[in-house]
Design a protein around this ligand. Structure first.
Ligand SMILES: Nc1ncnc2c1ncn2[C@@H]1O[C@H](COP(=O)(O)OP(=O)(O)OP(=O)(O)O)[C@@H](O)[C@H]1O
Ligand SMILES: [Mg+2]
Length: 302
């Protein structure tokens, strides 16, 4: 597959991390949205961030992608400091994201939305296109081919010439993922990729996310309320509560962490262990995925 753009290293391997986040603080007036958060994301790792509503998950994404500048702390993408850079500069360094609320041009087609994702790769602007038609045209063709590869990869072919606004919600979420992939990111941020999806759409999206990790080798951070999904597919999980890190580890580790159970779950286990088991939950069981985005929000601050 022509899309392969990176070396799919083993998750959490000793190789240099793709992302390093160190002691990040972000306040909005009296609200401490992010309070001393630090973690690393390894090459080819699928890292999840969970926590109740208002825990600071989207705020972390906004710090990473340059929307907000943290009052304190460091963020490094492949060794380069990102703090103080504007979002377009960070995107050019290799970070792409999808949004909690889909952000697409609804009256443009799937292809055109994905072409916009490639905008940062366009070296020849309108003037160049006028002066140097041949080269600009070749580049346009190269981008179109790349976009068609992504359309194949995400199985969007049947909708490629349709305006995005007419597509089912689950397909729109997939188009948004395609727009982010079109940027050929080194790190992909997914803010609630299955929110509002039915079970089938959720399972499809889970498969695409795993394919992005395993076939394209792209490192990802996923914010998600669907605990079944997180525990099934994430390599490691960071648990936040009121902006503060509560635990970090593999799905199995965080599920049995007493701090997590107390602070985040109000005393209930994240996922019921199988009744016939001796208590070992692997986090690998695919049948447990729930499509209920509200399931994790119980007991959360409004
Ligand atoms: N631009 C802003 N101005 C003021 N307060 C903000 C802003 N953005 C976020 N906050 C506050 O920061 C806290 C964290 O919000 P954030 O959106 O990061 O939470 P979240 O974990 O993504 O929640 P959800 O699961 O509901 O999406 C909340 O108290 C929120 O009200
Ligand atoms: Mg959010």
């Amino acid at each position: 597959m022509g899309l392969v753009s990176a070396d799919p290293g083993s998750p959490g391997a000793a190789a240099a991390p793709v992302l390093e986040v160190d002691d990040v603080h972000l306040s909005f007036g009296a609200v401490k949205a992010v309070n001393g958060v630090g973690f690393t994301v390894g090459a080819g790792e699928l890292f999840a961030v969970i926590g109740p509503n208002g825990a600071g998950k989207t705020s972390i994404f906004n710090v990473l992608s340059g929307v907000y500048r943290p009052q304190r702390g460091q963020v490094r993408l492949e060794g380069r400091s990102l703090v103080g850079l504007r979002p377009p500069a960070i995107a050019r360094l290799g970070m792409a994201r999808t949004f909690q609320n889909i952000e697409l041009f609804t009256n443009l087609t799937v292809i055109d939305n994905l072409m916009l994702g490639r905008h940062q790769h366009l070296r020849y602007g309108t003037l160049a296109a006028m002066l140097w038609v041949g080269r600009a045209r070749n580049e346009e063709l190269r981008h179109r081919r790349r976009v068609e590869e992504i359309i194949d990869f995400l199985e969007l072919a049947q909708w490629r010439r349709m305006p995005v606004g007419l597509l089912p919600y689950g397909v729109q979420k997939r188009v948004e993922l395609g727009r982010a992939l079109a940027m050929e990111p080194r790190l992909l941020l997914l803010d609630e990729p299955v929110a509002g999806m039915n079970l089938e759409e959720t399972e499809d999206m889970a498969r695409y996310i795993l394919d992005i990790r395993d076939e394209l080798g792209i490192s990802m951070i996923m914010v998600e309320h669907d605990m079944g999904l997180v525990m099934d597919i994430a390599d490691r999980v960071l648990v936040l509560d009121f902006g503060t890190p509560v635990a970090i580890g593999t799905p199995a580790e965080v599920q049995r962490d007493p701090e997590v159970i107390r602070a985040y779950l109000g005393g209930e286990a994240l996922q019921e262990p199988p009744s016939d088991s001796t208590g070992e939950t692997t986090g690998e069981t695919t049948g447990e995925t729930t499509a209920d985005p509200a399931a994790a929000g119980e007991g959360a601050p409004a």
